[in-house]
Design a protein around this ligand. Sequence first.
Ligand code: NCD
Length: 303
Amino acid sequence: MRHLISPSDLSVDELDRILKLGQSIMKNPEKYSHICDGKKLATLFYEPSTRTRLSFEAAMLNLGGKVLGFSSADSSSAAKGESVADTIRIISSYADICAMRHPKEGAPAVAAMYSKIPVINAGDGGHNHPTQTLTDLITIKTLMGRLDNMTIGMCGDLKFGRTVHSLINTMVRYNNVRFILISPRELKIPDYLRQEVLEEGNIDYIETNELEKYMPELDILYMTRVQKERFFNEEDYIRLKDSFILDTTKMKYAKKDMYILHPLPRVNEIAAEIDSDPRAVYFKQAEYGVYVRMALILTLLNY
Ligand code: NCD
């Protein structure tokens, strides 16, 4: 039985297969609309979510399956003190596959140890978010036709942003990908990523707080929200939250064919005036997330 806890649980070949399957579902969704008849997906969300939970649910419904679950810790027995281990033991007999989001790093990995069904990490604290990475990859692959030979700028909260951590961890596995990591000093990527992934992997990267300076070099600009819920004090959040705001003035420095991605939700970091720029693909990205999650569910259920 397979789980998806960290992006490295999937080999590059498996990633390619999932992305191809996602693209073929995108072209012909009807063909897949009954494959999961009679199957159930449980969504166990201990933290807020719009896209991830609903796109997982839409994915299973599109495949002909059914969904059950909870959307906050308060509405589950976690509020009574139940452990993740006990919860998953029970859910294992109610569903065929589950997606879990939890504020504690490692919670989905613990669940996988006690689970009789595949567990998908739908975000664990400030750690990983592998299915957002699948969403990012299918977007890049579909729009640019490749996942190698590019310069990708990541901007915003690189410290707490789990989507950033998973995307870096994955993109380093493709050839000639260069990273420009743009953040305030306080929100730089965690040391383990810098040392164990970028340095040890001999990856070309720059850490900077200057978006405009590097903008002309970027093929992709991956904007992120400052992760309010992970801050220890509100003052720091308020001081840092508007460090980078992408607007039409800054976009003047960008390549004509650069794409702007964002895992969403957006708060202030992309001005609404950018939404009509053809390079802004974050809403399309959220749409692609359904197809790639359909492909992932099929893969983990061995179809
Ligand atoms: C992201 C997350 O939950 O980490 N959202 C998402 O799943 N699309 C990004 C964020 O919350 O900023």
